[in-house]
Design a binder for this molecule. Sequence first.
Ligand code: ZN
Length: 103
Amino acid sequence: MRRRARMNMPRLISWVKWRRSVFKRDNYRCVLCGNWRRKIAPHHILPKRDFPRLKYRVSNGATLCWKCHGKTILREYKYVKRIVRKLFGGLNKWRYTEHYKKR
Ligand SMILES: [Zn+2]
């Protein structure tokens, strides 16, 4: 992929580690629909364009299938509550809730 080729080595390694940890925690299954047959993508719960510092934080990542991930593009905030509820049991248990509220 062109985008990945532009990444430098430390960033590539951070991205690969982040992605692997997120997938593992979620058992390689889509957090939104539960699908495990479709291809999966690592998703940023709080988008990296607004929160670049949370880019490689596992608690800001979620495993989504390609279908669900497609729906979240440029509508990330619409899905924050649903994803956080499924992964962490509610906004009050998530470490980035304050970031979310202050955005
Ligand atoms: Zn899905």
